[in-house]
Design a protein around this ligand. Structure first.
Ligand code: BES
Ligand code: MN
Ligand code: ZN
Length: 488
């Protein structure tokens, strides 16, 4: 998907449709400049219609001297992000269905504030609608949206350009993450994931270190290795680092759960829908993609991405219920259910993160089915040990309309993780399953401000529209851009 912004409409631009955006109450003069003199009657009519019409958007198919479709959007002065996003999504779906690959969107009829609101929302919708998975079908149907050319008098404005560039990178990051996530586990193995991450990180000038099983063992990541050893494919520990701020400035660390397939292990999952457990690496994909977007945008922050990645499989080498392992930070864990494997790989990554003396750590994981029971497929769960950091995440969630909701990590919940034989049990029973998973992780994140994002319900869609969503990349980038602004 190609996006561009320019101040003037290029007469030569090939397009299949045009969209004229008007803020409610905008002076007519602006619309004249957009449509040109000879269409002034039409512009006046449209403008009058737009002023009258209470609906946010209406489409007027006109047959005068434009061979393609011309739509007019009237935006209300107070735009609700949710409504706008849905409108943009239905518009881009309609555009795709009508084979309108290239469109021109005139923003000149909008106030600057409205233009700045609409631009990223429309780009995100178009980018997500245009997405085609790298299907392994022998016959591909690859007709999709190709290009949106925005025409706006704000083209040279610094704030406008920043939003444009950031959203452009975000859209590409979401595409990349969705593609990795949609790949099945026999294609997207831990080694494949690591190589993809490394290639992309290096492409954008960042560094990559891929730890092999021997090196992971030397680090003492026994909980992580205990999950990996049930599978025939080797685990990897991915470490990406980017220096956009002063060398020595404390970095932000992102951690992603990279289970390329979660069968449950010996505590085997039921068969129905088990294919969807190829998505258990969505946290990893979004973290890698967001990291690379930061490097591409050259944001003035130091950033590290850590991804423990392996399969969770049943075999003669697999963890047994009751097995006890010693984690990297020394705590012992009784594995009462081998299907609670996410926390076992994340706890070692959290312990490893200490060595960076990070200013903040954010882990992203498809961690608990209980999170879907609590928040459905609408919002992810946010937990952490530092309310200021949690509030920054919730703020980023609101500005990017990437929904998240906070759950508490009160001490009372710690009771549920008591084990007779080890420091911690890896499950806490059915009550508050998302929270007890968060509590488990919190024991490994005591040395720094930390936030945990449970994206089990939001990382992919099931059913007929099965596919990864790329969430929470919008939230992560919004948060990281805000941190970059704070520090510069
Ligand atoms: N990857 C799953 C969580 C999951 C389940 C995400 C369904 C999305 C949809 C995770 O590893 C898991 O199996 N968690 C268990 C934990 C339980 C054994 C305490 C769960 O949620 O059932
Ligand atoms: Mn599991
Ligand atoms: Zn899992």
């Amino acid at each position: 998907m190609k996006f561009s912004i320019s101040a003037k409409k290029n007469q030569q631009t090939v397009r299949d449709a045009e969209v004229l955006c008007i803020s409610k109450g905008t002076a007519k003069a602006k619309i004249f400049t957009v449509l040109g003199k000879k269409n002034s009657d039409l512009a006046a009519n449209l403008s009058a219609l737009a002023q009258k019409d209470d609906k946010r958007r209406f489409q007027a198919a006109i047959g005068t001297d434009t061979p393609h479709r011309l739509s007019v959007w009237c935006l209300e002065s107070k735009m609700d992000l949710d409504v706008l996003e849905k409108e943009c999504a239905s518009f881009t779906a309609w555009q795709k269905a009508g084979n309108e690959a290239r469109i021109i969107v005139y923003l000149d009829g909008l106030s600057k504030k409205d233009a700045l609101t609409l631009l990223p929302v429309l780009m995100k919708s178009a980018g997500n609608t245009a997405y085609l998975p790298n299907t392994l079908k022998t016959r591909d149907n690859d007709e999709t949206l190709q290009e949106i050319a925005f025409v706006t008098e704000y083209a040279a404005d610094a704030a406008f350009q920043a939003v444009f560039t950031q959203t452009d990178a975000m859209v590409r990051a979401m595409n990349f993450a969705r593609n990795l996530s949609d790949l099945p586990a026999n294609h997207c193995t831990p080694d494949y994931l690591a190589e993809e991450a490394k290639t992309r990180a290096i492409k954008f000038g960042a560094k990559a270190k891929i730890h092999t099983p021997d090196q992971i063992a030397k680090l003492g990541m026994n909980a992580f290795l205990s999950v990996a050893k049930g599978s025939n494919v080797e685990p990897r520990f991915i470490e990406l680092s980017y220096n956009g701020a002063k060398r020595g400035d404390a970095p932000i660390v992102l951690i992603g759960k990279g289970i390329t397939f979660d069968s449950g292990g010996i505590s085997l999952k039921p068969g129905a829908g088990m294919d969807e457990m190829k998505y258990d690496m969505c946290g990893a994909a979004t973290v890698i993609a967001a990291f690379c977007a930061v490097a591409e945008l050259k944001l003035p922050i130091n950033l590290v991405a850590l991804v423990p990645t392996c399969e969770n499989m049943p075999s003669g080498h697999a963890n047994r219920p009751g097995d006890i392992v010693k984690t990297m930070n020394g705590l012992t864990v009784e594995i009462l259910n081998t299907d609670a494997e996410g926390r076992l790989i994340l706890c070692d990554a959290l312990a490893y993160a200490e060595k960076f003396k990070p200013q903040a750590v954010i882990d992203v994981a498809t961690l608990t089915g209980a999170c879907i029971i609590a928040l459905g497929h609408v919002a992810g769960g946010v937990m952490g040990n530092n309310q200021e950091l949690i509030d920054q995440i919730l703020n980023a969630s609101r500005t990017s309309n990437d929904k998240m909701w906070q759950l508490p990590l009160w001490d009372e919940y710690k009771e549920q993780l008591k084990s007779n034989f080890a420091d911690l049990a890896n499950i806490g029973g059915r009550p508050a399953g998302t929270i007890t998973a968060g509590i488990f992780l919190s024991h490994f994140a005591e040395k720094y401000p930390w936030v945990h994002l449970d994206i089990a319900g939001t990382a992919w869609n099931g059913g007929k529209n099965k596919g990864a969503t790329g969430r929470p990349i919008p939230l992560l980038l919004s948060f990281l851009v805000a941190r970059a602004q704070m520090s510069s």
